[in-house]
Design a protein around this ligand. Structure first.
Ligand SMILES: Nc1ncnc2c1ncn2[C@@H]1O[C@H](COP(=O)(O)OP(=O)(O)OP(=O)(O)O)[C@@H](O)[C@H]1O
Length: 263
């Protein structure tokens, strides 16, 4: 069972700053779901709450429940969550720059706790990302931004995940590369039934590939639904897809009112 459910989760940083205000979300096994929102909306905080990485940031879950299958995640540390099949690809392509792609993958392999051999998992990563195989002997620090993102995803894949969380994989990449990476993620989701939670600011590209999405603003989920329904929603078009026409400054009051309504 690899479904994920957040129920009424609240996260506080430094004991005072309420960053996540009662977030509830559900991602069923095999689904590909997005969490969309602008800068500072609370997307990364939500992912860190799920993967158990809030501690080093002085963040605490002060309310709510996070379940993965039938496990309550709050009782587990971050490494134990990876062992359960939950992996988080952090924002910013964290790879070891002084190591080759092969060595980066070895470093992520779970050794004695893994079910499959390293070679098998590595070859699978290279099948998905053939560009990485071509660069297998260069230092990861010299790879392009897109290749580093592929390697970061590859490192997550060798942990044998059931659910992968990706924090803004499109950040700073050219649209053609975003399309390539998104389509590979979609293929892994479809062929291997890997459950995916994709955090993005790039709503237009994301709504093309996910089944469903949640929209987050100021630490609260303001809307959710099937990707096609959201794409057709005029508010989503205006605020997230930038296709609502030119901003009319006479209408700004109306815009603010609708924005408040959405929140
Ligand atoms: N370690 C931290 N300590 C204090 N406040 C934090 C910390 N990390 C994030 N915040 C605050 O929590 C809020 C949510 O931030 P978060 O990084 O989750 O947003 P985000 O939606 O991922 O944004 P971005 O797309 O810019 O990464 C913001 O107001 C941010 O300033």
């Amino acid at each position: 069972m690899s479904g994920l459910a957040l129920s009424n989760v609240e996260v506080v940083y430094d004991k005072v700053f309420l960053a996540i205000k009662g977030v509830s979300m559900e991602i069923k096994e095999g689904e590909m779901v997005a969490l969309l929102g602008s800068n500072g909306a609370g997307k990364s905080t939500t992912l860190k709450a799920i993967s158990g990485l809030l501690g080093p940031e002085r963040g605490d879950i002060t309310r709510g429940e996070i379940r993965f299958g039938d496990t309550d995640l709050r009782s587990l540390g971050a490494p134990a969550r990876v062992d359960r099949g939950l992996v988080h690809v952090l924002e910013g392509r964290r790879v070891f720059g002084h190591l080759t792609p092969d060595e980066n993958l070895v470093a992520a392999y779970r050794g004695g706790r893994a079910e499959r051999s390293f070679e098998e998992l590595r070859d699978e990563v290279y099948r998905y990302f053939p560009r990485l195989k071509e660069r297998a002997r260069s230092k990861a620090g010299y790879l392009s931004g897109g290749e580093q993102q592929m390697l970061a995803i590859g490192r997550a894949l060798v942990t044998e995940p059931k659910l992968i969380m990706l924090d803004e994989p499109s950040l700073g990449l050219a649209p053609v590369l975003v399309a390539e990476i998104f389509s590979i993620i979609r293929e892994i989701n479809r062929k291997h039934g890997l459950t995916v939670l994709l955090v993005e600011q790039n709503a237009a590209a994301t709504l093309e590939i996910v089944n469903r999405a949640y929209l987050i603003e100021n630490g609260q989920i303001v809307m959710s639904g099937e990707a096609a329904t959201l794409k057709a929603n005029p508010d989503v078009q205006e605020f997230y897809l930038g296709s609502g026409g030119k901003v009319d400054y006479h209408a700004i009051k109306h815009y603010r009112r609708r924005k408040r309504w959405l929140a």
